[in-house]
Design a protein around this ligand. Structure first.
Ligand SMILES: Cc1ncc(C[n+]2csc(CCOP(=O)(O)OP(=O)(O)O)c2C)c(N)n1
Ligand SMILES: CC(=O)[C@@H](O)[C@H](O)COP(=O)(O)O
Ligand SMILES: [Mg+2]
Length: 615
């Protein structure tokens, strides 16, 4: 009988002896490598917290003592100890086990948001609630990575926690010196001083934590269960005696116990797809992605434009800036997991005469909305945002789908947003963006292989016509990477005698007036976007038609205003009606309902003269 098989709840951990605990740690590592190599997921981070999670659940009484995992990508071991071992075969799959804590899965799970640097704020709030409710026996615990400590929200929380007299809580700093790549900045340097204090003799009383009013304990070997338990018990006791926060600084190794992860200089196998467990390498062939296409093109831009610089928020390789950084190391800035600082420092770079490119995942630009609005757009600064993972991403679930960027950024005065449809358009539009010094620009593209180029039949008024119906029945306005599906839908509908013209505005927001003129010449307009239907391209097109008193009805196809759970991107897109077949089916239904019976081809077709007159 394996030890792991006997663990169904944290209380089962507390009856194990030292030898059984070591056996359990070894079994958990073998389980993680086997399970995650089959499904994909966060392998490196979870291998690094095996002993820490054992010790946490032996010392603290979850959920009475709530344990909050910052970012949540390192909670697999926590899930193994809270009754979900069997569900790992469905990790990160639709209707399966979430790759992050999920409240519906367990009473031990609290925070589902995988946006970093929030755990300290949560536990500050919890500690205040326990104090007000007189629940003195409950001690909230935040597990925060060294990377998550580089996010500004962490320090807003520490500022409050440091003043939290009468509010016991424990902060576990999981210091493995890495975010994806090595953690950067003054905080990383300070943690290094603290890590080495036991050998250098530097006093930890001067730690930033102690200076903020927290009790600092450490550093401790994050892989020695006995040491960790002793430290956590001491911290819990001190926090409740002194009625204030205690920091436990644990030094861990990302990917611990799995040589392919420990040796992976890129990111210690931070997030993997399906891999060969023997090597940690991808099991299948890799194809060019939107990210790699961007990464090659930004390097080409950098070679020809010395004023172009780039910024990443601790995701140099995931956003494709590593080639730029290798070639021009002084012109790429990793600011840590600090998207707000990334954007406002970009404003500073632009004010000083450079053209910054801020490369971040679409979902994380939400965090820097005010900086984009008030620091970049208000000053009409030439900052280019490159938003990777825009739209449905897939297995990372609700807080990783990049489904809000078009809606969020559409309200910025002067912001121009491009949604490239294929690799050639991406390359061209990146140049158009960095050549535009009139104000902020943004490009957005999905987490997907980049596919083939989709040629335009012709370009009219800055708009690419991708398909033309034999009659002016339906106008499809395609935003970005959904173009292939829109063209496919037009092909299917042509066979049902419904004429569909597909246009790609390229720069999708604000709405090109030529779109309105195309709409005027059709019976029905359908907008298609891998973004919220609320406030996205469709909403803007509807608004533009109303403003121009064009009565052509508009239907918006996109994502509903709800949180999308995890699943394969193609399945989630199909569920949202964002595939060629589903679009054709939907358009046919709308056409029949709004425009009467399906009619034959009109006596004329849409030619330049028609549209140019209209346009
Ligand atoms: C606001 C935000 N920015 C970026 C990310 C992407 N991201 C996920 S995990 C991670 C690195 C986390 O480093 P750390 O906190 O040290 O945890 P570790 O993986 O080392 O355990 C990053 C950059 C995120 N989840 N949230
Ligand atoms: C937890 C986190 O935010 C990242 O690790 C994310 O899971 C990576 O997503 P990609 O795999 O799409 O790069
Ligand atoms: Mg780390």
């Amino acid at each position: 009988m394996k030890v792991l098989d006997t663990i169904n709840s944290p209380s089962d951990l507390r009856r194990l002896n030292g030898e059984e605990l070591d056996d359990l740690a070894a079994e958990v590592r073998r389980f993680l490598i086997d399970a995650v190599s089959r499904t994909g997921g966060h392998l490196g981070p979870n291998l690094g917290v095996v002993e820490l999670t054992i010790a946490l659940h032996r010392v603290f009484d979850s959920p009475a003592d709530p344990i909050v995992w910052d970012t949540g990508h390192q909670a697999y071991v926590h899930k193994l100890f809270t009754g979900r071992t069997l569900a790992f075969s469905q990790l990160r799959q639709e209707e399966g086990l979430s790759g992050y804590p999920r409240r519906a899965e367990s009473e031990h799970d609290l925070v589902e948001n995988s946006h970093a640097s929030t755990a300290l704020s949560y536990v500050d709030g919890m500690a205040k609630a326990f104090q007000l409710k007189g629940e003195r026996h409950r001690t909230p615990v935040a597990v925060v990575g060294d990377g998550a400590l580089t996010g500004g929200l962490s320090w807003e929380a520490l500022n409050n926690i440091g003043a939290g007299q009468g509010r016991p809580l424990v902060v576990v700093v999981n210091d493995n010196t890495r975010s994806y790549s090595p953690t950067v900045g003054g905080i990383a340097s300070h943690l290094s001083v603290l890590r080495n204090s036991s050998t250098t003799g530097a006093t930890t009383a001067s730690s930033i934590f102690a200076n903020l009013g927290l009790i600092y304990l450490g550093p401790y070997d994050g892989h020695d269960i006995g040491v960790l338990e002793h430290a956590l018990r001491r911290a819990r006791k001190l926090a409740n005696q002194e009625r204030r926060a205690v920091v436990v600084h644990c030094v861990t190794v990302k990917g611990r116990g799995y040589p392919p992860a420990e040796a992976d200089e890129a990111d210690c196998l931070h997030a993997v797809g399906v891999v060969d467990p023997a090597t940690g390498r991808p099991a299948g062939p890799s194809s060019p992605t939107w990210t790699s296409t961007f990464g090659d093109q930004i390097l080409d831009v950098a070679k020809r434009r010395p004023d172009v610089v780039a910024i990443t928020a601790a995701m140099l390789r995931p956003v494709g800036l590593h080639k730029f950084a290798t070639t021009f190391p002084t012109r790429v800035f990793d600011v840590g997991m600090a998207e707000q600082h990334a954007v406002t420092s970009a404003a500073g770079l632009a004010m000083a005469g450079l053209h910054p490119v801020v490369a971040i995942y679409a979902t994380f630009v939400n965090r820097a909305f005010d900086q984009a609005l008030m620091d970049v757009a208000l000053h009409r600064l030439p900052v280019t945002f490159v938003l990777d993972r825009a739209g449905v991403t897939g297995e990372d679930g609700p807080s990783h789908h990049g489904m809000w960027d078009l809606s969020v950024l559409s309200v910025l005065p002067g912001m121009r947003i491009a949604a490239p449809r294929d690799p050639s358009t991406l390359r061209a539009q990146l140049w158009e963006a960095v050549n535009d010094d009139s104000g902020p620009t943004a490009l957005r593209f999905p987490k997907a292989n980049v596919g083939q180029d989709i040629p335009a039949v012709r370009r009219v008024g800055g708009i690419d016509v991708l398909a033309e119906g034999t009659s002016r029945d339906v106008l499809v306005v395609s935003a970005g990477a959904v173009a292939a599906d829109c063209v496919r839908a037009a092909e299917l509908l042509a066979g049902q005698r419904i004429g569909v013209t597909v246009i790609d505005p390229r720069w999708v927001l604000p709405v090109n007036p030529a779109v309105v003129r195309f709409a005027r010449a059709h019976e029905l307009v359908v907008t298609v976007e891998d973004n919220l239907r609320t406030g996205g391209v469709g909403a803007a097109v509807s608004q533009a038609l109303q403003d121009d008193r064009v009565s052509t009805p508009v239907c918006n196809v996109g994502l509903e205003r709800e949180f999308l759970q995890a699943g394969r991107r193609r399945d989630l897109l199909a569920n949202a009606g964002l595939t060629g077949e589903r679009l054709a089916e939907w358009i046919r239904t709308e056409w029949s309902a709004r425009c009467g019976a399906v009619v034959g081809p009109h006596p004329y077709s849409v030619h330049d003269s028609d549209v140019e007159v209209a346009v």
